[in-house]
Structure formats: C-alpha cells, structure tokens
Write a protein that binds this ligand. Sequence first.
Ligand SMILES: Cc1ncc(COP(=O)(O)O)c(C=O)c1O
Length: 441
Amino acid sequence: MQRVRHGHAGTLLTTPDLKRADAQAQDAADPLAAFAREFHHPHDASGRKLLYFGGHSLGLQPRSAAAMIEEELKDWRRLGVLGHHEATRPWIPYHERAAPALAELVGALEGEVVAMNSLTVNLHLMMVSFFRPDSIRNTVLIESSAFPSDRYAVVSQLQFHGLSAAQNLIEVQPRPGERTLRSADLIERIEREGPRLSLVLLPGVQYLTGQSFDLKVLIAAARRVGARVGVDLAHAIGNTPLQLHDWNSDFAVWCSYKYLNAGPGAVGGCFVHDRHARDAALPRFAGWWGHNKAERFLYDPKFDPIDGAQGWQISNPPILSTAPLLASLQIFQRAGMTALRKKSVALTSFMQRLIEEGLPADVEIITPKDPEQRGCQLSLRIARPAALAKRCLEQLAAAGMIGDWREPDVLRLAPIPLYNSFTDVFAAIDILARTIGAISQ
Ligand SMILES: Cc1ncc(COP(=O)(O)O)c(C=O)c1O
C-alpha cells in the first residue's frame, strides 16, 4: 500500500492553513474575481454549493443567458415571422453577432469564422472540402488518442472515398511509457509520410491529457509537405491563446458548451482560412444559408457561395441555442483573453503545486507541467483497483466535488478562470487529498 504524506490533522496537505491563506490572498488580488458572480454555480439537494471543476465538459450558465433567450422568445411571441427582420436582434443575420468575439478568440479575421452546427457536423463539412484524396495523397494523419467522434468522422470520410483506416489512416502514438505526444515526433512523422498526406487533423488541447499542442509549428510542418490541416478546438477555444489566421490552418472546428459556456448542445463554430474565402470551386455540401445574402430569397437555382466561412453554412441559425453563446461571448469580451489566460496559468499552477505537495507520489499528473503546453485542465492518473477508484469517486461526489473520470484511471479537473477561485482550488485538492488518503490506507 502506498504510504501517504500526512500533514495537519484531517488533511494530507502540509501547512493547510498557510495554503488556504495563500489562496485567499490570491483571490483578493485577482482582478477577474467578480466574474464568478456572473455565473450560476450548481448546488446539491441540501443547497450546498458544489466545487465545480467540470468546465472542460460543460461550462457553467452565465446569468445573462436566460434574459438573452427570453428576449428572443419575446420577439417570437410579439412578432412571429416578422422577427427575422424586426426582432431586437434580427434573426436572419443573428449568427453574425458572434463573429467578432469568435474571431478574437481563435485569432482570425471576422470573415474566417462562423457560428453554426455542432463540432462533428462541422468536421464533416470541412473534410468534404479539404480532404480531397487522389491516387497519391490519400491519407489522413491524426493522434492515436483522438476523440472518438473525430476518429469516427475521419474513418467514415475515408470509407466514403473508397479508402480504409487500415491503409489510409496514420495514428501517431506517444513514445512507449509516455502519455503525451512530442512535437518533434509528430513533425518527424508528418515529414516522413509527407507525400501521401492529404489531411493532418490536430487537437488544440488534447481532451484526455490536457496537453496543448504547438499548433504554429505543427501546422507549418503539415503545410510544408503539401497537406491540408484542420484543428479540433473543442478543448482550446476560450482556454488557450490561438492565432489560426497567422498559423495558417486551413480549417478549424469547435463546440461552445465547454469553455465558451454556451449551454448543452449549443451551436458550434468553424474557421476557414481567408485564402479559401473566394474559392467557389472548392467542393462543399451547400445549403441556402451559404448562398449570396443579397439573393438568398430570390431562389436562384445556381448556388453562389458567400465569401468566407459563412459560405459553408447550410441552414438558418438556431436562434435559441445561439442566444446563450452571445451572452457568454460578451463576458469573454469584457474579461479579455489575455487576462483570462494569465489567471488560468496561475490557477492551474496553484492546483499543480497543491497536488504535488499533498497527494501520494503515485498520483501522477499526466498533463504537461509546462504551462505553455497545457490549458487549464489537469489530468491525474489515479491507478487504484477498480473498487477503490469507484469508492474514491463516490466520496468525491459526496463531498460535493465535480470533475470527471475517464476509464481506466484518469481524473480530469479544470479550474476555470472565469468562475473558479484559488479558494475553490484549495478546497478541491484538500478534499481530493483526504479522499485518496482514505482509500490508500
Ligand atoms: C475533442 C472533441 N472533439 C469532438 C467532440 C464532439 O463534439 P460534438 O458532439 O459537438 O460533435 C468533443 C465532445 O466533447 C470533443 O471533446
């Protein structure tokens, strides 16, 4: 049985009072602290506020979201179909209101982004345009732990073109004994496979390990060998700084229910680089909402795509699922990504320090230790027999802590700079240390 380091009575953290005081001092000096009050924090049945570290999965609800949705419901009640033009925020161009903030978050021109669909749908639409295999370039390169939906999408696209995962999918693995991928290994593989690569699909932040990829150099490597490059930003948008335009990615896709706090199943988004903006010859799955706006209602049978990312839209925007996104983006604009990232680095580093000092040495942080190589999430490998792991999770839940568990042994915790405090982090790791201590004895 692993011996644990014991500190103050009832906790495994050494000098817990000092650490709590440190957390309180950091909260007092935090210029973003007030933003936490702009979110609804979940409570349990007894009214106790939960320690919420699940923002990598579903972000908390901005208090302003309900009013934003209610305004659209009101305009719908008041105006019916006239709301398309006469609503307070007219519905026809409604999604365009999200573009300035989205462009800022991903480092793009406004015309390069669009709020639409959900992530996997957008990934398919992008692959229709940017995965165009021929007899030589017919292979997709991804990382071996890619999110399953991405892999399903890629394999189904391969099959759609009469290709197969066995022949046409390269899945790059970490080195034996390592959990995260080295940029140098990815680049070496991209260069080695270069002539056969049609598409390289990269994560911004890896969903399981929390590793943030060096997109600038990886995108450059893929483009040097003549491949197209796409990025899955599910865990990166609103979390890490991004410069997609300068980094020259062909496309990117994201969801808005994690770090963007836009609600379950909220409308996702898509980036298409400006160099493709006016390329009407690119094959795409078209729909009327991607058609030249001036003539959309003239019902010309010939499709004339809007320049830029909006030209990939198919259907009219879902107003009620875009409203909370607008509410959330207003908060991001007020807080500013630079300040958020600064707090995020401090918050996650604080969490890392408490874990390293308070948890048994065999609880391994698999997320890179270098803040440049991660977002806010820390993934902990807690290798315990299944029954003990289950008990640990039950005890964490009973103590009011929300993170999530990915089989067989990974606990993911995301301290979110918009609504988590340093005191939250202290309380969470204190609970985690006690719980792991209890199951380790
Ligand atoms: C990395 C990653 N890619 C893709 C998806 C799928 O998202 P959607 O259901 O919006 O298609 C998720 C969902 O959590 C994800 O984490």
